[in-house]
Design a protein around this ligand. Sequence first.
Ligand SMILES: Cc1ncc(C[n+]2csc(CCOP(=O)(O)OP(=O)(O)O)c2C)c(N)n1
Ligand code: SF4
Ligand SMILES: [Mg+2]
Length: 311
Amino acid sequence: MTAKGVPQSKPETTSLSAPLDPSNGGDSERIRKPGDYKSGVKPVWCPGCGHYGALSAFYKAVAACGVDPKDLVIISGIGCSGRFSHFVKGYGFHVLHGRVLPVCQGIAASTKGLLVCGISGDGDALAIGGGHVPHAARRNPNMVYIVLDNSIYGLTKGQFSPTTRERTKTSTSPFGVTEGCLDPLSLFLGYNASFVARGFSANSKQLSEMLAEAIRHPGFAVVHVLSPCVTFAKHQTYDSLSERIRLLPEDFDPSNKVAAFRYAQDQEALYTGIFYRELRPTLQDHHNRAIDEARHDPSAGDFEKLLDSYV
Ligand SMILES: Cc1ncc(C[n+]2csc(CCOP(=O)(O)OP(=O)(O)O)c2C)c(N)n1
Ligand code: SF4
Ligand SMILES: [Mg+2]
């Protein structure tokens, strides 16, 4: 299976710091620092916004994986979260609202050796863009998908989102939300994403390690990040999240999907960690196999015959 933008000489490792150590198989010329990925555009988020923590964890993760900025592609959707691609050195698009995954899948399917990362907010990923998630998950493109969930539409000033709980008062629900909310982790697991994790933007060490694992995973790696909006989401603050956040048990087995569902659906605690990981062929593996078979099929190159078959 193909790796994502990670130098091939790097050892497969679960340690965040190991690839940086030349004595451990790394190449000193490839040692990168989080600051190497700053684009020079200063983030414009509100002071205290959770998205800062996610950005800083991302810088650390790509540095730890030794990704060359020229091999990095960041696609972000519309929302405060969508500003992410402006702040990262690499190639990027700030695309239409809800259309991060189609663009990422196109890039992942048509290029080799790039680290393709999609960044969405909860609205971008689960409201307008929600229809794309199951299809990306079943195709298993080699990419990372980071969902910055602040349980609100931040950019448009505080409307409730698909992850805002019932009865929560927001600018569009002065008497409380009258709809049930989605559980993103259960959706990603149910859609059969091959890597599913959840982190907290205030826990930078855990989040950067998790993002590094997602980068190294061959396939569609989704990382759900709890990322408070300090300006509009008074219902989901650092304090209220910290009270509920727990780590998955140390002996948790990420190949056990039933257990993953059980922890994802806990009504009190918000578990963080890697919930699920499975190795299976990626979209690119399937394409390579089909291309290879077509090359060995003598009738495959007969374009006239193909056209005739439609008449
Ligand atoms: C097609 C389209 N519909 C609606 C909008 C308005 N709009 C802009 S951002 C946004 C929601 C952003 O929320 P989220 O994705 O959670 O990102 P956040 O700002 O919270 O990071 C909406 C509805 C738009 N820009 N384009
Ligand atoms: S409005 Fe909320 S999500 Fe947007 S930058 Fe401010 S704190 Fe962050
Ligand atoms: Mg949001």
